[in-house]
Design a protein around this ligand. Structure first.
Ligand code: NAD
Length: 262
């Protein structure tokens, strides 16, 4: 597996802490021989990233860390400009960003506010469009873009609420982007991860029940889904092994979604 992403440079968003799916993805990319540039949201995430990186055995030059709040167009442009200035092209992008107001991941979907609905869409779905557009001049042919999504986009998962609508929008965006970028050989896919205990996961009121449902019902029994498993599937999509796959949602959920009867 070491050479799967040899000499490939991947931009990884969404590392908030050591439990972030994006952190597992970054480690899998490095194990596969790839090089990572990170974006972070806010200065405290920058120091968290520095600390996490200091725990890893060093592989090549220290990775670039770039500030990126996807609500801010100027920051998106600044990331693209900085990469261009460093002469760094991209072979991949990992979108691992989502946000909803905590109170909207609790009560009834019916109570979703206008502002909260728009905010979840903007940060969790539109950001993928914005990043693809801004980074397009930097993307190499055969580049691969992967976004993180969840089953709540297509099934009712109690309490997932406004984020379910945002993930539906994200997955549709993956398909339309796959169409637009396909002529350049660029692929766009989503990984639909089963529940993983991260800061964002735990913010959902029904999170423990979501995990229990997978443990009780998924075909792959007796194994708890890990972020490493999600990360390795992401590396597969980033790699040339998946060069004919685009516009797809790949479920990395121990098979849970396929169950018709419990
Ligand atoms: P996390 O809290 O570690 O990561 C979420 C990230 O989103 C954070 O790094 C945060 O900084 C970033 N973010 C939020 N608003 C942002 C903004 N305005 N600009 C830039 N970044 C912003 O949690 P996670 O579980 O690792 O989530 C990563 C992705 O995986 C999300 O898209 C999430 O919906 C998805 N996902 C998670 C699970 C799960 O069970 N944890 C399951 C399926 C999909």
């Amino acid at each position: 597996a070491f050479s799967l992403l040899a000499s490939r440079h991947i931009l990884v968003t969404g590392v908030a802490n050591r439990w972030s799916i994006a952190w597992a993805v970054a480690q899998s990319i490095v194990k596969a021989g790839g090089r990572v540039t990170f974006t972070y949201q806010g200065e405290s995430q920058r120091s968290t990233l520095e600390k996490l990186l200091s725990e890893l055995p060093s592989v090549g030059p220290a990775p670039l860390l770039l500030s990126l709040d996807v609500k801010n167009d100027a920051e998106i442009v600044a990331v693209a400009d900085r990469l261009a200035k460093e002469n760094l092209r991209l072979d991949g992008l990992v979108h691992s960003i989502a946000f909803a107001k905590r109170e909207e991941l609790d009560g009834a979907f019916l109570e979703t506010s206008r502002e909260g609905f728009i905010l979840a869409q903007e940060i969790s779905a539109f950001s993928l469009v914005a990043l693809c557009r801004a980074f397009l001049p930097l993307l190499n042919p055969q580049a691969s873009i992967v976004a993180m999504t969840y089953l709540g986009s297509e099934r009712i998962v109690p309490h997932y609420n406004v984020m379910g609508a945002a993930k539906a929008s994200l997955e549709a965006s993956v398909r339309y982007l796959a169409h637009d970028l396909g002529a350049k050989g660029i692929r766009v896919n989503a990984v639909s991860a089963g529940p993983i205990k991260t800061a964002s996961g735990r913010a959902i009121k029904g999170f423990v029940d979501m995990q229990k449902a997978v443990a009780d019902r998924a075909p792959l029994k007796g194994q708890e889904l890990t972020s490493e498993e999600v990360a390795d599937a992401t590396v597969a999509l980033l790699s040339p092994l998946m060069r004919a796959v685009t516009g797809e949602v790949l479920f990395v959920d121990l098979g849970y979604r396929q169950m018709g009867m419990f």
